[in-house]
Design a protein around this ligand. Structure first.
Ligand code: UGA
Length: 421
């Protein structure tokens, strides 16, 4: 959509007819702030259209972006089947000199296989493979895409760089830096970046465990660490840990890639272990506050893996819900956008579209996703409707003093426990 917004003529092609019809009708199939408005604008301006016929779309394409999902296999390796399936029609239907862009997150070295597949299948065209990894975040995707700090292009011939420079010209003019490198470096940089961001989160969650034992505040420690420009404050928020479709699969894929290249990189698996431990730790806090969770009602505030999305993939909130259900708790959840998706994903989880009704009669409230609207909850009203005024803040997001004034026992992450104070 951003490419259309920048003035390019974009055709998006997919085999999923229902999805294409929905987009043709100007409707985005998921929630992402600003995307619906952008789609309506671009469809009206005829800068973007949606199709299912590869042959018709690809005949005069100059650049073909491969944007399909790259899910993990059971081994942790990336499943490149969708990429291969989409590359074939590209090879068959394009003409002339065409740039084929890996937009999906793929293991380093994928371009080599992609280039030989294109060559083998496509006789009428000359292919240049480019790696142009994506760094946008769900929940702020439109803004990230329109104002990227950097755009990474991995390519070989000057022609490929030239086309990509033209494509992103206005973003560069507006201040984005365009970084040009070789293909394998660009591919690797994407996995390394996601792995490092996940590492930062797991590191601070490990620090949180130490803070809990020694009575320090992890938020203060994170602020102090982050004030060192060599570290930076971003991605040092302790809590329930990371979810979403990227970090988990990318850590496994990167680990697997390293192994296949002959290097053991166990730190990457430790990042995942610490992330699981973050959920376990919040569960222990709930157990500590309630003595036993069996037969108690626990209300989860937030079910999406992060705010401003309805995506529940690998959501720490749902992992916690599963653990609570296993322990015999009655679990009810509310999310401003993801309630429906969560209900469909996790049998046994009760949900409610109204946050106050969800909290009614609960023995413990757990803040799982830091939606801005949770800051303006009427705490007096909440205190009056719950069975026990206990709040476990899985994201260190709410105001402790206000909650305590309203009569709640407040349990943050990575701080001295309420019971110890
Ligand atoms: C991530 C990267 O940030 C993007 O740069 C990348 O393009 C994307 O993956 C991808 O590969 O497609 P995303 O997963 O959408 O983006 O969201 P993030 O903002 O990175 O958050 C991921 C998870 O980490 C969330 O569950 C969030 O709650 C958690 N998180 C984030 C923390 O627990 N602590 C933090 O300090 C920051």
């Amino acid at each position: 959509m951003t490419l259309a917004h920048l003035g390019n003529r974009v055709v998006a092609v997919d085999t999923d007819e229902a999805r294409v019809t929905m987009l043709r009708n100007g409707r985005v199939p998921f929630f992402e702030p600003g995307l619906q408005e952008m789609l309506s604008e671009e469809v009206a301006a005829r800068r973007v259209r949606f199709a299912t016929d590869f042959a018709e779309v690809l005949a005069d394409a100059v650049v073909a972006f491969l944007c399909m999902g790259t899910p993990p296999r059971a081994t942790g390796d990336v499943n490149l089947r969708a990429l291969e399936t989409s590359a074939r029609p590209v090879a068959r239907h394009v003409r002339g000199r065409v740039i084929v862009v890996e937009k999906s997150t793929v293991p380093a070295g994928t371009a080599i296989g992609l280039r030989s597949l294109l060559k083998k299948e496509g006789q009428q065209a000359q292919f240049e493979v480019v790696s142009n990894p994506e760094f946008l975040r769900e929940g702020s995707a439109v803004n990230d895409d329109l104002h990227p700090p950097r755009i990474l292009i991995g390519a070989e011939p000057e022609y490929a760089f030239e086309v990509m420079r033209r494509l992103y010209g206005s973003l560069v003019a507006a201040g984005a830096s365009l970084i040009e490198t070789d293909i394998v470096t660009a591919e690797l940089a994407k996995h390394a970046t996601n792995a490092f961001l996940a590492l930062k989160i797991s590191f601070i969650n490990g620090v949180a465990r130490v803070c809990e034992r020694l009575g320090a505040e992890v938020r203060d420690v994170a602020d102090l660490m982050g004030s060192d420009p060599r570290i930076g404050r971003a991605f040092l928020d302790a809590g329930l840990g990371f979810g979403g479709s990227c970090f988990h699969k990318d850590l496994l894929a990167f680990h697997s890639l390293a192994m296949r290249a002959g290097y053991e990189f166990p730190l990457l698996l430790e990042v995942l272990r610490l992330n699981d431990e973050a959920v376990d730790s919040v569960l222990s806090t709930i157990e500590e506050a309630l003595w036993s969770v069996s037969g108690k009602t626990v209300a989860l505030l937030g079910l999406a893996f992060k705010p401003e999305t309805d995506d529940i993939r690998f959501s720490p909130a749902l992992r916690l819900a599963e653990r609570l259900l296993d322990a015999g708790a009655d679990v009810v959840g509310h999310d401003p956008r993801a309630t429906e998706n969560a209900r469909a994903a996790l049998g046994g989880l009760r949900t409610n579209d109204d946050v106050y009704t969800a909290c009614e009669g609960a023995h413990c409230l757990v803040l799982c996703t830091e939606w801005e609207e949770f800051r303006s909850l009427e705490l007096g009203r909440l205190a009056g409707i719950v069975a026990d005024p206990i709040l476990v803040d899985g994201r260190n997001f709410l105001n402790a003093a206000e909650l305590r004034r309203a009569g709640f026992s407040y349990y943050p992450v990575g701080a001295k426990r309420e019971a110890d104070s």
